[in-house]
Design a protein around this ligand. Structure first.
Ligand code: FMN
Length: 213
């Protein structure tokens, strides 16, 4: 089985990347062929609304027809059995690159004749979101609805979605070097040393679970 992770964080080896790597390790331990795609390494844009994927033409193109760095990735994603999407939360949304990616990934499958029946192949999918705020602030910032909305899209398009959240993440190694005064650096470090490894373990287990029939 092919498992592809799409990384919507610009920072390699940080929170989102580490969790995605754990998902891929878990999937690999269960026999998956895995691949990580770093969106910030690619030259691509969001959907241009060219409408080529909606033309009344047979055969209908399987994938978005725009030829940029995302084209080959979209083809591989079309074939993959499992897709894992990871993004940091930026201004209470997924990162800009992740958003542009989603436009391209999902619009090609959107069915304007019947919204409830997208033209996408069934897959297992998962979301990993990492963020600064603790879960106690989700109500104030509307984050539960945000994560539900992204999971619902994946369920509608691919029939399945799991979500893993990493909250209150460590944003920099040494808080004393930056203007980040609203965060308690000791609490951030402690959480990174005690809770983040647990989140990594859950990510690994998620990878194993995604491989189950
Ligand atoms: C431009 C920017 C905007 C951010 N906005 C938010 C936000 O709205 N809510 C939040 O909880 N964290 C926010 N963060 C913090 C990141 O989501 C958090 O540090 C995340 O874990 C970073 O992921 P990474 O380590 O994979 O880069 C923001 C960070 C940046 C750089």
């Amino acid at each position: 089985m092919k498992v592809i992770a799409i990384n919507g964080s610009p920072r390699k080896n940080w929170n989102t990347d580490t969790l995605l790597k754990n998902v891929l390790s878990g999937a690999a331990s269960a026999g998956a062929e895995t691949e990580m795609v770093y969106l910030y390494d690619l030259n691509f844009r969001g959907c241009r609304s060219c409408m080529m994927c909606k033309l009344r033409k047979e055969p209908r193109p399987d994938c978005c027809v725009v030829r940029d760095d995302l084209a080959a990735v979209l083809k591989r994603l079309h074939e993959a059995e499992v897709v894992v999407l990871g993004s940091p939360i930026y201004f209470s949304e997924v990162s800009g690159e992740m958003r542009s990616f989603l436009e391209r990934f999902l619009f090609q499958y959107l069915n304007y004749d019947d919204y409830s029946k997208p033209l996408s192949p069934a897959k297992k999918t998962a979301w990993i979101f990492t963020m600064n705020i603790p879960e106690s602030l989700f109500g104030e910032f509307g984050y539960s609805a945000l994560f539900q909305r992204y999971a619902n899209w994946m369920k509608l398009y691919f029939g399945h979605c799991e979500t893993l959240l990493a909250t209150d993440t460590m944003q920099v190694k040494d808080y004393s070097c930056y203007h980040l005064g609203c965060w308690d650096s000791d609490a951030k470090r402690l959480r990174h040393e005690t809770v983040f490894p647990e989140e990594c373990k859950r990510a690994y287990e998620l990878g194993v679970k995604l491989m189950e029939p």
